[in-house]
Design a binder for this molecule. Structure first.
Ligand SMILES: Cc1ncc(COP(=O)(O)O)c(C=O)c1O
Length: 379
């Protein structure tokens, strides 16, 4: 049967690495998982208990398309708590994860063929979802001296949109307020819609990240319960849109998804009041980050931008290879450590980089570093 051209997107390579790691484990190997970008912890206890109560109380049928009103109101309150921003809950759209939010955002903002800028290295699915929607991703190569974030001077012409991520994946680097404001201004001057992916907010170490909503109401802000709230598999996130866009996004959401998963919305609402448990998870990431920053250079990976947030280190491996896919296979086979080749994040330069995730337990990170050190020492 025929297949569309736009449907031919590249694989999300980390998923392939996860599958290779799973096969190794099925064959009896012990693997340290430094490839997956997800917490090893479950949804907070309070979230799980709230869901049990809700399942016993009712059928959990469809909700309204924009999400449970109490969840939208609670998310709006988070903007007051975290950023001092007074947000109208009507502007909050609950989605099937950040991934669902991208599909809604791109549908609401862009027409087929339009060009959308994004920093490279960057989260691969931006490019692949854009292509699948007949849009044109425009990679903006970012530089180490800008800590791998785009700068206004590098924005190409004729953009209909600009996607920012701070902290970003794979680097974990952040834009400060002035940098974010300069990019928002440059996007507005070009008539480009700003999309700010804030999925790693809450997972920061020395300073808190800036939300685009602190700078402008004229942006789409994407967030999720996957990372800080430790709920990847629950598939629930959100989008904040300008007031004038709410009805457009609502009509799209009604037709594309009917509603976000009801059970996950119930759990997400309760998760927002589980700060003690979530802060304990954060303390583990902070300790893991310290181990990585101290241990990676001695393990043979001395060159990377220290992350401000998220739970990744994106390391230069050009002294070891110019084929990061092959290196990640050799590290998995030889050391029993799964890491993600940079090609996922940067098709041009990613053959000389690897991303290590430190979202797992402290013991896993220590053992992973030990194995990496032994591997590179034997090269
Ligand atoms: C930068 C970034 N945005 C979005 C996503 C997708 O997240 P979700 O699980 O909410 O769909 C990820 C997942 O790793 C990510 O790293």
């Amino acid at each position: 049967m025929r297949q569309s051209e736009r449907g031919r997107v590249d694989p999300f390579i980390v998923m392939d690495v996860m599958e290779a790691a799973r096969r190794a484990e099925a064959a009896g190997r012990h693997v340290i998982h430094m490839e997956v970008g997800q917490p090893a912890t479950p949804a907070p206890l309070g979230a799980r208990q709230a869901l049990i109560r809700a399942m016993e109380a009712g059928p959990l049928g469809y909700t309204v398309a924009l999400g449970l009103p109490e969840l939208r109101a609670r998310i709006a309150r988070l903007y007051a708590d975290w950023y001092g921003v007074d947000l109208n809950p009507d502007r909050v759209v609950v989605t099937a994860g950040a991934s669902g939010a991208f599909v809604l955002a791109f549908s609401a903002l862009f027409d087929a063929g339009e060009r959308v800028g994004l920093g490279l290295p960057g989260y691969p699915s931006y490019r692949h979802i854009l292509k699948a929607m007949s849009l044109t991703p425009v990679g903006i190569e970012t530089a180490p001296q800008h800590r791998f974030q785009p700068v206004p001077e590098d924005l190409p012409p004729d953009l209909a949109g600009l996607i920012l991520a701070s902290p970003g994946n794979p680097n974990g680097t952040m834009l400060d307020r002035a940098q974010m404001a300069a990019l928002a201004e440059a996007a507005a001057a070009r008539g480009a819609a700003l999309i700010s992916d804030e999925i790693y907010h809450g997972i920061d170490y020395d300073r808190r990240p800036v939300s685009a909503l602190e700078i402008t109401d004229d942006a789409y802000v994407v967030n999720s319960f996957s990372k800080y709230f430790s709920m990847t598999g629950w598939r629930v996130g959100w989008l904040v849109v300008p007031e004038a866009h709410v009805r457009t996004v609502e009509r799209l959401a009604q037709n594309m998804f009917i509603c976000p998963p009801h059970a996950s919305q119930v759990a997400a609402l309760a998760a927002m009041d589980c700060d003690d448990e979530l802060q304990a998870n954060l303390a583990v990431y902070a300790e893991n980050r310290r181990l990585m920053l101290e241990g990676l250079p001695g393990a043979g990976f001395p060159t990377f931008a220290p992350p401000d947030g998220a739970f990744y280190v994106y390391a230069d491996v050009s002294h070891l290879t110019d084929d990061s896919l092959d290196l990640s296979r050799r590290i998995l086979d030889g050391a029993g450590v799964a890491a993600t080749p940079g090609l996922d994040f940067d098709p041009g330069r990613g053959h000389r980089t690897l991303r290590f995730s430190y979202a797992r337990s402290r013991a896993d990170i220590a053992e992973g570093l030990r194995r990496l050190g032994a591997f590179t020492a034997a090269l």
